[in-house]
Design a protein around this ligand. Structure first.
Ligand code: ATP
Length: 249
């Protein structure tokens, strides 16, 4: 768990995202959310409450409509990066560099490239970053995630659950400081889901990585999360739904 002296790795205060589709409007409010190095934070809620919207804002791929404070501090020795200011000034290159170097995103769909082997898929983020191919680390993580023997195969020769674990492996391998996982256990059985949450928690602890997991597995994640955020939804008119993301008691 984060010690009192350690600043949060990601901090969001007074964030609002408004999304409109035709007549209907969805508004997500995030009064205060933070995640520290070594912490695993869970985000749980019903379908359509704004979990992916929140994750996309944390992944720096979706700009908040407005936000009072949005900072990331990947190294406690250096000043925090003012993400709010980067969005406000349209600093796309800086935002892209932060995404590439410091964030790992496990997509709900896995997002593996079908024409590359599993080994080449997982080496991709490191290559983009200009780092050598992380073969040894990949083999070790593959063993931990029960993917022995899968690295030489093509993605379509893996089960959905295996593909999901490969996506986790890929998101971790280039040494991100913040890992965002959207339903990483959606296609696996309960035993494998427990193993995945246990591994994500252990990896957070060992590497001082901050992990945010969106999940429907409320009961399973409870044993692994340092904090849980839920949502309070309100239908304010026929067209407009509002949702508030709040820390669970
Ligand atoms: N491109 C879009 N434009 C406008 N509204 C959108 C868009 N995408 C999603 N929404 C709306 O935003 C709301 C939140 O969507 P989001 O995907 O964040 O929910 P979620 O909690 O992740 O749902 P699920 O669990 O089903 O994946 C939904 O009501 C959805 O209809």
């Amino acid at each position: 768990m984060r010690s009192a002296a350690q600043p949060p790795l990601a901090l969001m205060q007074g964030a609002v995202k408004r999304r409109a589709q035709g007549e209907s409007v969805f508004e997500l409010a995030v009064p205060a959310l933070h995640v520290g190095p070594g912490e695993l934070v869970a985000v749980v809620g019903d379908s359509g409450c704004g979990k992916s919207t929140l994750l996309d804002m944390l992944a720096l791929v979706m700009e908040p409509t407005r936000v009072e404070r949005f900072e990331m501090q990947f190294d406690p020795e250096t000043p925090a990066t003012d993400v709010r200011a980067l969005w406000a000034s349209g600093a796309e290159t800086r935002l892209a560099a932060l995404r590439r170097d410091s964030l790992g995103y496990v997509l709900q769909t896995g997002g593996l490239l079908p024409f590359l082997s599993v080994a080449d898929n997982i080496a991709l983020p490191a290559r983009v970053k200009g780092l050598p191919s992380p073969d040894r680390a990949a083999a070790e993580l593959a063993r931990r995630l029960g993917l022995d023997g899968c690295l030489r195969r093509m993605p379509d020769a893996l089960s959905i659950g295996q593909r999901q674990r490969v996506a986790i492996l890929r998101a971790l391998l280039h040494g991100p400081r913040l890992v965002l996982a959207d339903e990483p256990t959606a296609a696996v059985d309960k035993a494998r889901a427990v193993a995945i949450f246990t591994d994500l928690q252990a990896l957070a602890r060992e590497r001082g990585v901050a992990v945010v997991v969106v999940t429907h597995d409320v009961e399973l994640i409870g044993a692994h999360a340092d904090r849980t955020y839920g949502f309070r939804m309100e239908q304010v008119s026929e067209q407009e739904t509002r949702s508030q993301c709040l820390e669970a008691a």
